[in-house]
Design a protein around this ligand. Structure first.
Ligand code: MG
Length: 202
């Protein structure tokens, strides 16, 4: 399986990164070795600024290429929640030097995923609230209504370039509020009131 992540899919996050709002989806990938399930997460020693990005995650359940947006909803049935962990200091260096982002984004355990996935038929995907707490304080809160590109538009765009396969995960971008984590933090992800994961930073 592969992990595809969308950059800057919420205007307020693009603003906090001092980056322009994209005219078409920006995507990058993480390898399967990046996947990390709850609960213990060990802070890597190569970064001094590891930041959380809470993201709605789409699990692909059919093989597809060149998927039209109007058919994209037929390629996923379950929605999860995860964190696109980012070594922001390394990403800044990569951006300034025109280098790829993998060192900052694709390292082991950088794609946290909750064990629970929700049936999309039980959700209002057009306006679904999700949030991240750190030590029980809400640090990021978003709604899919604020996505610049919808899940179906993302699937159509990605599948023009990359064949989607069963089990692939799409991280759909983070709302504003990204911030550093430190040892001892307890991160929890929610869709609405339902908790989908707990993560202890060690
Ligand atoms: Mg992200």
């Amino acid at each position: 399986m592969k992990i595809i992540c969308i950059g800057r899919n919420y205007a307020d996050h693009a603003k906090e990164m001092n980056s322009p709002v994209p005219k078409e989806p920006i995507f990058f990938m993480k390898p399967d070795t990046a996947l990390h399930r709850e609960v213990d997460f060990y802070l890597p020693d190569f970064t001094k600024d590891l930041q959380h990005e809470i993201e709605v995650v789409v699990k692909i359940n059919r093989v597809g290429k060149n998927i039209a947006p109007e058919f994209a909803s037929g390629y996923y049935a379950e929605i999860g929640l995860g964190i696109d962990f980012t070594a922001r200091d390394i990403q800044k260096h990569c951006k300034e030097n025109g280098l790829p982002w993998e060192k900052a984004k694709a390292f082991d355990s950088s794609a946290v995923i909750g064990n629970t996935f929700l049936d999309k038929s039980t959700l209002n995907l057009a306006n679904m609230e999700f949030s991240l707490t750190n030590n029980d304080v809400v640090v990021q809160k978003g709604t899919t209504a604020d996505m610049i590109f919808s899940i179906d538009q993302l699937i159509a765009h990605i599948s023009k370039y990359v064949t989607l396969k069963v089990g692939d995960l799409i991280y759909t971008g983070t709302p504003e509020g990204v911030a550093s984590v430190k040892i001892g933090d307890k991160l929890s992800g929610f869709i609405g009131d339902q908790k989908l994961f707990d993560l202890k930073v060690r």
